[in-house]
Design a protein around this ligand. Structure first.
Ligand code: NAX
Ligand code: K
Length: 478
């Protein structure tokens, strides 16, 4: 059993692959072996979470997830805990393995409780696992509600009940801990998954994934990029930030500052507000230029960043010429609105010019011609669809940012928190990605590395210090 920490990457498997892995293992092992292992692992983790717990409520559901809970309850009772077991369903209708777990529970002298306990020290959520097929209703919904009302730690078995294991969509039990069994599922790490799952643990039940290919990866830390002694500013590439329409100069400045601090050799700032060009940006290292004078074919360009509608006039030049390109915010909205810009964007890949799009869910919805809820209902699919449609790398922002590229499994970023929900952090990310592109990183790696570090900076931000985008930019690359 391992805690899933962002110190390495982890393969993720969807429900279909997990079922195939489970079936192959069931065929090779004596009956009931997997559920015994699952129940024992759950009971052990429960003890580790709440070593001094006296009363533990195990809320079981009608499938094999409930069976895991019944098996865990038998162990916890044998270890001297008061195990209060409820079952939302008919014991006679349990699937074979779960029924066997129920029989073992009764042989151990335990029976089902008619109602949840008024108080307990730990709840175990064994209502639904990967079989969750529709919103929680009836007895399952009542048990989930009671769990929330207890106000104690909740250990979810496999998946917080109600959460869609592939997508992270669905109204789910909010667990403090989740023990994923057999495989790690992508829904634990994106959309509502991170809030529902809490701290994630993983037990493979001694079953290797075998020939199954992961559907996605949980990203690990990027490789360090050591700077050679024998290098100069030209070794790290040049970035230009184009954005900052009237009233929004700050956005472009934040992106430029991030690019500078993330290690770009030289950074040009091309504000779209002519008045802003006369303002001292406070960063003397930046080189102010009019966008039309930039040497685009030798630059990594971050375009958008407070560019307003004016950015649409720049894109017909930037899209075909920029050596590498990050499109953010207003640039994405302009592309979503104009078919000619979409054609220019797609044409970049035919010329092997790297491009990264950094939409939040609403921008992604506009680019896909769909709605924000539809994007959020399946973030991995939305990011992959965008990457395929525009033939580029997509960084779909939000809880569990997804990085997708055509023809490869997407990555889900494990770092970052709601502390990043403050103005300008997206501009910082765009500038940071541009710096890594300028450095020569492939677009997928640049997106993944910048997103990981950007989130990690926020995770490590001192508790008493306000996280503002300017300070984040100043620590980019750190
Ligand atoms: N078969 C085994 O021995 C193993 C099973 N495992 C556990 O079994 C789980 C999968 O078991 P199942 O396939 O039985 O699936 P679940 O236990 O998730 O439940 C599926 C059952 O719930 C019903 N259901 C789904 N959504 C519902 C809703 N909203 N309201 C009411 N009923 C609903 C389904 O019709 C089905 O009867 C895994 O998540 C894992 O916890 C693992 O421990 C591996 C080993
Ligand atoms: K569960």
């Amino acid at each position: 059993m391992h805690q899933v920490a962002p110190d390495r990457s982890w393969p993720l498997f969807d429900v279909a692959a997990t079922r195939r892995i489970e079936q192959a293992a069931q065929a090779a092992l004596p009956p009931f072996t997997l559920m015994q292992r699952a129940g024992l692992a759950t009971a052990r983790l429960a003890l580790a979470i709440a070593p001094h717990a006296r009363r533990i409520w195990i809320a079981c559901g009608p499938g094999n997830n409930g069976g895991d809970g019944l098996e865990a309850a038998t162990h916890l009772a044998a270890w001297g805990k008061e195990a209060v077991v409820t079952l939302a369903g008919d014991p006679a209708a349990l699937p074979a393995d779960a029924k066997r777990a129920w029989e073992r529970l009764r042989q151990a002298g335990l029976d089902l409780a008619p109602a949840p306990p008024h108080d307990c020290d730990l709840c175990i959520d064994a209502l639904l696992g990967i079989g969750a097929a529709r919103p929680l209703q009836g007895g399952l919904a009542a048990a989930a509600q009671a769990m929330a009302g207890v106000g104690r730690p909740v250990l979810a078995i496999d998946v917080p009940s109600g959460l869609h294991a592939d997508t992270g969509a669905g109204l789910a039990v909010r667990a403090t801990h989740t023990l994923a069994l057999l495989t790690l599922k992508p829904g634990l790490f994106t959309a509502g998954g991170r809030d529902a799952a809490g701290q994630v643990w993983f037990d493979d039940l001694e079953v290797p994934a075998g020939p199954e290919a992961p559907c996605a990866l949980l990203a690990g830390p990027p490789l360090a990029q050591p700077r050679l002694h024998a290098s100069h500013k030209g070794s790290y590439g040049d970035v230009a930030v184009i954005g900052g329409a009237p009233g929004m100069a700050g956005a472009a400045l934040l992106a430029a500052s991030a690019a500078l601090h993330a290690g770009a050799g030289r950074v040009y700032l091309a504000p779209l507000d002519p008045a802003a060009a006369r303002l001292a940006p406070g960063l003397p290292e930046l080189m102010l230029r009019d966008w039309s004078s930039l040497p685009l074919p030798s630059l990594a360009v971050a375009c958008g960043c407070g560019g307003g509608t004016a950015v649409a006039d720049v894109l017909p030049q930037v899209l075909p010429q920029a050596a590498s390109l990050v499109l953010d915010a207003d640039a994405l909205n302009a592309v979503a609105a104009q078919a000619d810009l979409q054609a220019l964007l797609r044409a970049r890949s035919q010329r092997s010019l790297p491009t990264v799009l950094t939409p939040h869910p609403l921008e992604a919805a506009r680019l896909l011609g769909t709605s924000t809820p539809a994007v959020q209902a399946d973030r991995l699919a939305a990011a992959q669809a965008l990457a395929a449609r525009y033939a580029c790398v997509v960084v779909l922002k939000g809880s569990g940012t997804v990085i997708a590229a055509p023809g490869q499994p997407p990555a889900i970023n494990p770092t970052g928190s709601a502390r990043l929900a403050t103005g300008g952090t997206g501009d910082v990310l765009a500038g940071w990605i541009a710096a890594l592109l300028a450095h020569g990183l492939p677009a997928f790696e640049a997106g993944q590395a910048a997103v990981f570090r950007h989130g990690q900076l926020a995770d490590r931000w001192p508790a008493g210090e306000p996280l503002v985008a300017g300070a984040l930019a100043a620590r980019a690359g750190g």
